[in-house]
Design a protein around this ligand. Structure first.
Ligand SMILES: Nc1ncnc2c1ncn2[C@@H]1O[C@H](COP(=O)(O)OP(=O)(O)OP(=O)(O)O)[C@@H](O)[C@H]1O
Length: 489
C-alpha cells in the first residue's frame, strides 16, 4: 500500500517528440494528494503535452509511477481513469450533438440500465450546483447549443463527478479561458475545497493571479523542461513572470489614464441604442480602442457578430465604414481552419492583396506568413505545418496575425487573448496600441479587467444591453462590476 507521502503519480525523465519537435525533454514531476500545482510557461512550453501524458493519452518515454509502482509500459487513458486521474483539456472534448446528461454518461459507463439518463443528469447537475452555484444549465440541454462558457462548465463539473472510480487528481488546462471573473472565482474556490479534502489539482493558466491564488506549488516549464519548482508563496507576479523568462511590465502601464478627446469626425462603427431598453448607442471612431465589458455571455460576442455582418451592407441600426476583421473567441468552432496549414490560416483574409492576375502570388503569401511568425513569435519549425500542430496559444496567435495582417480598418476581438502567454500578450497590447495610433479601430470584448485598461472607452453589457459607458478616466473595476451586476430598477 502506498504511504501518504507517496505521490499519486510521478514522472521521471519523461520525453515526447512529435516528428522533429521535441515537446518534452526529460521532465520530472510528482503530484501529491492535498496540493494544487500551478503549472505555467510560455506558449508551446509543453504544458498540454505533459497533461496528455498524465492523462494517458500518449505513450511516453521515461518512468511513470502511479501510487509508487512503475507502470509506464501499460499506462493508458483507462489506467489513468481507474486511478482517479482526470483531465479537462483546453480544446473541449464534449460531444456537441449529445445532451449534458448523455455527455456525463460517456465518462461514467456504470450509469446504465433503466433510468440511466435521469441518474446521469442528477450526477452532473449536482456537481454543477456545487462548483458553479446558479449555473443555469439543464441536463437536457444539447451541448452544441450552449455558449462556450457553459460547455466549459459542464466539462469541468464532469471531471470532478464520481461514480465508481474516485477523482483524485484533476488536471485543468486553461479552465477559466472562457469563464468570466465571477465563474472563475467560483471554480478556484471549489479547487481549494477539493484540495483541502485531499484531492490534487494541476492548474494550468496564463492568468498568473489565478496561479498565485489557488496554487500551493508553482512549476514553471520552458522549452519542454521544468525549469523552476517552488512554493507559490515564494512568488509574486513580477518574480513569476521573470521565472517564465519574460520581462514583467505593469499591465496597463503603457496605457494613458487621461481621456483622449473623442473625434468629431463620422464614427467608423455606430450601433443605435436599443429603443426598448434605453441605454447609450455604441460608437467607435478611427484610431480608438473600444472595450466591451461585463460578465461573460451578456451579448458582447453577439454585438461583434452584428457589426461584422453589417460591414459593407445597409444594415438597420448598424453603420460600419470600411472593412472589418474578426478575431474569434471560440477558435475551435469559429476561428481555425483545421485542415489548413498555419500559413494558409494566416493569409486567408489577405489573398485579395496578393492576387497576380488569376493566381495567388505564392512568394507573397509565404513572406507574409514568415513575417508574422517573427512579429508575433509563432513557435513552429515550419509555417506549412498543419495549424493543429501548434499549441493552443500559438493557434490563437495565428488568428491574431490573420486579423492584424489584413487591411481591415476595424478589428473586432472576441476575448482573443485567452490562452496567450504573458510575454506575447504584452507584445500584442503594444501592437494594438500602435495600430490604433496609425488609425485602426478596435472593438475588444474582454473578460479581463487588466485588458480594459488598454481601452479608450468602455461599454458595459448586461442581459444583452449596454448599461453603462465609461471613459478611460472613469474606468474602475468597481464601476464595471457595479454595472455588471446591478438589477434593472
Ligand atoms: N499533435 C502535435 N503535432 C505536432 N506538434 C505538436 C503537437 N502537439 C503539440 N505539438 C508541439 O509540441 C510543443 C508543445 O506544445 P504544448 O501544446 O504542449 O504547449 P503548451 O505549453 O501547452 O502551450 P500553450 O500555452 O500555447 O497551450 C509545441 O511546439 C507544439 O507545436
Amino acid at each position: 500500500m502506498a504511504s501518504a507521502a507517496t505521490p499519486i503519480i510521478s514522472l521521471n525523465g519523461v520525453e515526447k517528440s512529435f516528428g522533429a519537435v521535441r515537446a518534452l525533454r526529460g521532465v520530472d514531476l510528482a503530484c501529491h494528494a492535498g496540493e494544487c500545482i500551478g503549472l505555467v510557461g510560455h506558449n508551446g512550453a509543453g504544458k498540454s503535452t505533459l497533461m496528455n501524458l498524465l492523462a494517458g493519452v500518449f505513450p511516453a518515454e521515461g518512468r511513470i509511477e502511479v501510487d509508487g509502482k512503475d507502470i509506464a509500459s501499460r499506462y493508458s487513458v483507462a489506467t489513468a481513469q481507474a486511478h482517479g486521474i482526470r483531465c479537462v483539456f483546453q480544446e473541449l472534448s464534449l460531444c456537441p450533438n449529445l445532451t449534458v446528461a448523455e455527455n456525463a454518461r460517456i465518462m461514467h459507463a456504470s450509469l446504465r440500465g433503466f433510468g440511466w439518463r435521469k441518474r446521469a443528469g442528477k450526477l452532473i447537475l449536482d456537481k454543477l450546483d456545487e462548483v458553479f452555484p446558479g449555473h443555469g444549465i439543464s441536463a437536457s440541454d444539447i451541448v452544441g447549443d450552449l455558449p462556450i462558457a457553459r460547455r466549459q462548465m459542464v466539462e469541468i463539473a464532469r471531471a470532478f463527478s464520481v461514480t465508481t472510480a474516485p477523482a483524485r487528481l484533476v488536471i485543468l488546462d486553461e479552465p477559466t479561458s472562457s469563464l468570466d471573473a465571477h465563474l472563475a472565482s467560483q471554480l478556484l474556490a471549489y479547487v481549494r475545497s477539493f484540495v483541502a479534502k485531499g484531492g490534487c489539482v494541476v492548474l494550468i493558466s496564463h492568468l498568473l493571479g489565478e496561479i498565485l491564488a489557488a496554487g500551493d506549488r508553482v512549476v514553471v516549464m520552458k522549452d519542454g523542461k521544468v525549469v523552476v519548482e517552488r512554493p507559490a508563496a515564494d512568488f509574486n507576479r513580477t518574480s513569476l513572470v521573470a521565472a517564465m523568462g519574460s520581462v514583467a511590465h505593469d499591465e496597463g502601464a503603457n496605457a494613458a489614464t487621461a481621456d483622449t478627446k473623442r473625434s468629431e469626425t463620422e464614427p467608423r462603427v455606430r450601433v443605435a441604442a436599443d429603443r426598448q431598453a434605453g441605454g447609450p448607442e455604441l460608437i467607435a471612431h478611427q484610431g480608438e480602442i473600444v472595450g466591451l465589458a461585463g460578465l461573460g455571455g451578456q451579448g458582447q460576442s453577439e454585438m461583434l457578430i452584428r457589426i461584422f455582418d453589417a460591414a459593407g451592407k445597409n444594415a438597420r441600426n448598424v453603420t460600419v465604414v470600411g472593412g472589418v476583421a474578426l478575431v474569434a473567441g471560440d477558435r475551435q468552432t469559429d476561428g481555425v481552419f483545421p485542415l489548413w496549414s498555419i500559413a494558409e490560416n494566416i493569409t486567408i483574409s489577405s489573398l485579395r492583396r496578393m492576387r497576380r492576375g488569376p493566381l495567388i502570388d505564392g512568394a507573397a503569401t509565404e513572406a507574409m506568413a514568415e513575417d508574422w511568425k517573427q512579429r508575433i513569435g509563432i513557435r513552429t519549425p515550419d509555417m506549412n505545418n498543419p495549424i493543429l500542430s501548434l499549441s493552443g496559444g500559438n493557434q490563437q496567435k495565428a488568428l491574431f496575425a490573420r486579423a492584424l495582417g489584413s487591411d481591415a480598418q476595424t478589428v473586432l476581438m472576441d476575448d482573443p487573448m485567452r490562452g496567450v502567454d504573458i510575454g506575447t500578450k504584452q507584445e500584442v497590447y503594444g501592437m494594438i496600441r500602435a495600430e490604433a495610433e496609425a488609425g485602426r479601430t478596435f472593438l475588444w470584448y474582454t473578460t479581463e479587467m487588466d485588458e480594459l485598461k488598454h481601452c479608450d472607452h468602455v461599454y458595459v453589457f448586461r442581459d444583452h444591453h449596454i448599461v453603462a459607458e465609461l471613459s478611460r478616466s472613469e474606468l474602475t473595476e468597481e464601476k464595471v462590476l457595479h454595472a455588471s451586476f446591478a438589477e434593472v430598477a
